[in-house]
Design a protein around this ligand. Structure first.
Ligand code: ZN
Length: 154
């Protein structure tokens, strides 16, 4: 059986960045199940898996443009600490949710604190990062109708 649309594919993967730093991986014996053709994965990764068989291993490099986007400098801002009401200690690495210009929820990370000035970054954490996936196909099955209509694995 090949990897095709409307099939549930189980993969083991490791994800590293352009410098070889580990970003994510499946645990041994706990593959990720996804519905192929439903955009559950990044398009470049899904495309590379199309037609593969159980046991196949592939390496896929996805540029920031095809992945989570390039870093948008407009999304890095310095704001006064008083913008964080109810937070006593603002420290680098803290994550907050904020309302974006269109009312959408943005996830912002505190990058630096300098006195009462806080630099925040609302880019996706993987923006600007080259993604190297090493993927092994471990199982494939036909999706059932409810999975296909929902667009995800049950
Ligand atoms: Zn569902």
């Amino acid at each position: 059986m090949n990897v095709e649309n409307n099939r549930v594919v189980s993969i083991e993967f490791t994800l590293t960045d352009g410098e070889g730093k580990s970003l994510d991986a499946t645990e041994p014996g706990k593959p990720l199940d996804y519905l192929h053709g439903a955009r559950n994965l990044l398009p470049g990764l899904e495309q590379a898996l199309t037609g593969r068989e159980i046991g196949d291993s592939i390496s896929v490099t996805i540029s920031p443009e095809e992945g989570f986007g390039v870093v948008n400098p407009d999304l890095i801002q310095t704001v006064p600490a008083e913008a964080f009401q109810g937070v006593d200690n603002i420290e680098p690495g803290m994550a907050f949710e904020a309302k974006g210009p269109g009312g959408e929820v943005e996830h912002v990370i505190v990058e630096a604190v300098d006195g009462d000035q806080v630099r925040i970054n609302a880019n996706h954490p993987l923006a600007g990062v080259t993604l190297n996936f090493d993927v092994k196909v471990v199982a494939i099955r036909e999706a059932d109708e409810s999975e296909i209509s929902h667009g995800h694995v049950h």
